[in-house]
Design a binder for this molecule. Structure first.
Ligand SMILES: [Zn+2]
Length: 128
């Protein structure tokens, strides 16, 4: 397979849309994660389930949620999966404190307004 060098700065479709599409030859690893190369930008991408693909070296919210021991509140744009802001939480923060912080962040980003297109989620944290 021909892979463009990482130094290539050609702007591809996914640079604008941030949507990557797998080319041929996707593989599945032991964890069930699909790996492929984007047919537009030729960068390594991965997917849980094959619907949405993210850059293999980029941020994967689901994986972060699973692996991170630090809790944070994540504001993402639903349309393109872009992380807009990430607020780490104090390790000792209790449920009430987390809830209050969440309310603050939702208000700050106007995420509760209709059509905001934003998703505010609590992510990470040690497994209970
Ligand atoms: Zn791409």
């Amino acid at each position: 397979m021909l892979i463009k060098p990482a130094t290539s700065h050609t702007l591809t479709q996914c640079w604008y849309t941030r949507m990557h599409h797998p080319g041929h030859g996707r593989t599945r690893d032991e964890a069930g994660v699909l790996h492929a190369y984007c047919r537009h930008c030729a960068r390594p991408i991965r997917s849980q389930g094959g619907k949405a693909w993210t850059l293999a070296d980029g941020i994967d919210l689901d994986e972060l949620a699973t692996r991170s021991s630090i809790r944070f509140i994540c504001v993402t744009s639903v349309a393109d999966g872009m992380v807009i802001a990430r607020y780490p939480l104090d390790r000792e923060a209790d449920d009430a404190a987390v809830k209050a912080r969440m309310t603050e962040i939702v208000a700050f980003h106007h995420a509760d307004e209709a059509g905001s297109g934003l998703d505010v989620r609590l992510m990470g944290g040690p497994r209970a």
